[in-house]
Design a protein around this ligand. Sequence first.
Ligand SMILES: [Zn+2]
Length: 223
Amino acid sequence: MRTRYNKRFLWLLLAAAVSIGCILLTVGIVYTESLRPEISVCLDAGHGGEDCGATYGERLEKDDNLRLTLLVRDKLEANGIKVYLTREDDTYLTLAERCKIANRKHCTLFVALHRNSSESGGAGVEMWVKNTPSDTEWALAENMLSALEDAGISKARGVKSGYAKNADGNYYVNAHTDMDSCLAEIGFITSDKDNTLFDENLDAYATAIAKGIIETLDSMTEE
Ligand SMILES: [Zn+2]
């Protein structure tokens, strides 16, 4: 009688130990996952609302930026990457608000999408990183530019550091985001050729930008 009681007790003890073990394992996994920063990308469609950006006839930079940004988001999400947008409609946001969104979400990368303009002609795509870029920022810019070249642009104008109007300066979003960042000028809105390429290759441009971002994320997680 006593032996049977002891046996039952031992089985109960074993069951309890297994249950507690399972619970601890689950808690451990959940805790470790929560400690691991989530990989995410913040996409910033330049301008918006009352700020149209550059214009060319009826064409508004803010609309081109948003069209492209929404497509890049789709491509990244299709690859399982978490994406935050500073805007997903025709909303006005200050530059500080854009940076705040990315910083609050602790995004891994920040990419601002714009279109260039010039009164004296000019065409092609260029990437801007801060005047003291990290290796990752430089790689992000190069990866996106080379993928866009394959997608079909009029000219690769290169990766540039600083600020177009002041070599010592920085684009606000590059200077005020806490993560690696790049501001992309996807062709000139003042160039008919660039606009035609932009419209015809929009999907390919989005795929190329997403590819450049994914390559960069992959190289970051390998380190
Ligand atoms: Zn712009």
